[in-house]
Write a new protein. Structure first.
Length: 530
């Protein structure tokens, strides 16, 4: 028994010695960032026990495998055992995790502070609107943990998690007057550059996971270009080319090239001060008459795999999540059906993911999706398309977001009701590339012309550039019908085409301006067969 006690004590001593005063993954002699102090061991401070690390913290703090486990590197001290006598003076410190997500963000600040009149101006603006600050921060509860996690995994300053407050007030459905969309406000072209899909059925600029990945990719790229976070943020707002030219201009003039030194538009000049003001408020909300809602330091959502097309409303029902909350977590889906081929996963509140899976397995209500896609074979008006697919025009316009006075062009992918016998899901080609192509509707004017000698449906159609079927339909005759000389023929023409036809058949005018009598009787256009 004594031998066993001695063995256990020796093992404990050796393990304690392995836990050196140097933090895992931090170079010796350096002070680690506050948010990365999850494995520190002190030699003198008393403690209650060993703090636990999450899997992400372990991945963040543990360095890449070295060629030999016993080989010391510049990043870690050697692991050496200590004697049993040394254990009495060494204790493991209990490290308290951040009380909430706000504290975790504060611990990860890594950008230099900006102190200027513009910062103070924005501080006063926000401080005078505490209700706005609270609503904005309350909205961020669904997304902020994920953003902070991704920033920490990339070793980026955590105050960048506050940038969506400036861009969109953390509203993933926000759209600017310049057509930037999502909580990170990506322009269409920039979104495509960072592989954010934009089609008839989804817009990844609004997707929580995809847009955050793209935004952090972009910010890292900009920081790599300028080596300064303030300039990187200016480029995020103003464009990398614009900032690069402003820096080069100052360099040529022998002037400083910092953020406050460049000649920028007013929006960009206020951009970093806005972020600094929000950062200061998060650091000390009471000093600015503000209140931050509690955001606990754990994930709000988790992703669930989608294997079959399913109606949006049904997915929310199976997850037992209010439809508005479901849409807030999955804002990129802009149609009433989730296409498995284009949206392989959805986000659900953490506790509802398992509920969804259980309810889906037990679902016996018939088909999961009541919508499919129909490709328009030719250019047509919405009323004609609705008639072909068995919908009302109002419903077709509503579900496909077709505004008034627009015509559907050939090749458009329209969402239409799925028949009861259809089991095949929408293909990935359609789900990823489907587009609704629209063109302004042209209002045709009814025009009466007189047929010339030998005129028929085909010659009239050629003359006015319209379909023979349309000419036959307008005049209630067959497609091969002929017209008598002088017979009135009805055609519907665009205003410009009608004007061109009249002027071509008119007699040359004198140089003087002709003035027609207001009471002159309008005669039909006389058309000869040519």
């Amino acid at each position: 028994m004594n031998f066993l006690k001695i063995s256990c004590l020796a093992l404990t001593a050796w393990l304690t010695g392995c836990a050196s005063t140097t933090m895992i993954g931090v170079p010796s002699g350096e002070t680690p960032p506050a948010e990365h102090t999850g494995t520190a061991v002190a030699a003198s401070a008393p403690g209650d026990g060993l703090a636990l690390l999450t899997s992400r913290e372990m991945r963040r703090n543990v360095p890449a495998a070295s060629p030999s486990a016993n080989t010391n590197t510049d990043n870690t001290l050697p692991l050496t055992p200590i004697s049993a006598q040394q254990t009495a003076s060494r204790t493991v410190v209990a490290l308290a995790p951040p009380a909430d997500l706000w504290e975790r963000i504060r611990r990860g600040y890594g950008m230099p502070d900006l102190d200027s009149d513009l910062v103070h101006d924005r501080e006063q603006w926000y401080a005078s609107r505490p209700d706005y600050i609270f609503r904005m921060t309350e909205r961020s509860k669904k997304y902020l943990f994920h953003v902070v996690e991704e920033l920490e995994l990339r070793n980026m300053p955590t105050e960048l998690a506050l940038l969506p407050f400036i861009e969109s007030a953390f509203n993933p459905q926000a759209v600017s007057s310049a057509k930037a969309a999502g909580m990170w406000q990506f322009m269409p072209a920039t979104g495509k550059y960072f592989e954010l899909k934009q089609n008839a059925f989804r817009d990844d600029r609004r997707d929580v996971l995809a847009s955050t990945r793209a935004a952090l990719d972009y910010l890292q790229k900009l920081y790599g270009m300028f080596g300064d976070w303030h300039l990187a943020l200016a480029a995020y707002n103003w464009g990398e080319g614009s900032v690069g030219r402003a820096v080069a201009k100052n360099q040529r003039a022998g002037q400083p090239t910092g953020y406050v030194d460049l000649n920028m538009p007013m929006e960009t000049r206020f951009y970093v001060p806005k972020l600094q003001a929000v950062k200061n408020i998060v650091s000390s909300p009471t000093a600015f008459n503000s209140k931050l809602p509690l955001i606990e330091n754990h994930p709000y959502f988790q992703s669930v795999t989608i294997r079959r097309d399913i109606d949006l409303a049904l997915a929310a029902k199976l997850a037992e999540v209010p439809l508005e909350d479901f849409k807030a977590l999955n804002p990129s889906i802009n149609r009433p059906v989730i296409m498995a081929a284009g949206t392989p996963q959805i986000l659900l509140p953490w506790d509802n993911a398992e509920i969804y899976q259980n309810n889906l397995e037990g679902y016996s209500g018939g088909r999961l999706a009541s919508w499919t896609v129909w490709i328009a074979p030719s250019t047509m008006r919405p009323a004609e398309a609705a008639k072909r697919v068995g919908m009302s025009e109002a419903e077709l316009r509503s579900v496909n977001h077709i505004p008034p006075k627009m015509v559907i062009r050939a090749g458009s992918t329209l969402l239409v009701p799925r028949s009861a016998r259809m089991e095949q899901d929408i293909t990935s080609k359609v789900a990823d590339n489907g587009q609704i192509l629209l063109t302004p509707e042209v209002v045709l004017k009814r025009t009466v012309v007189r047929a010339g000698q030998g005129a028929n449906v085909a010659s009239i159609a050629r003359k006015f550039g319209v379909s023979p079927d349309k000419v036959a339909q307008w005049n209630k005759v067959g497609a091969s019908a002929s017209f008598k000389r002088g017979q009135q023929v009805i055609v519907f023409l665009q205003p410009k085409a009608r004007s061109k036809t009249r002027s071509a058949s008119a007699k040359p005018k004198s140089k003087g301006r002709a003035v027609a009598s207001k009471n002159a009787k309008k005669k039909p256009v006389r058309l000869a067969n040519r």
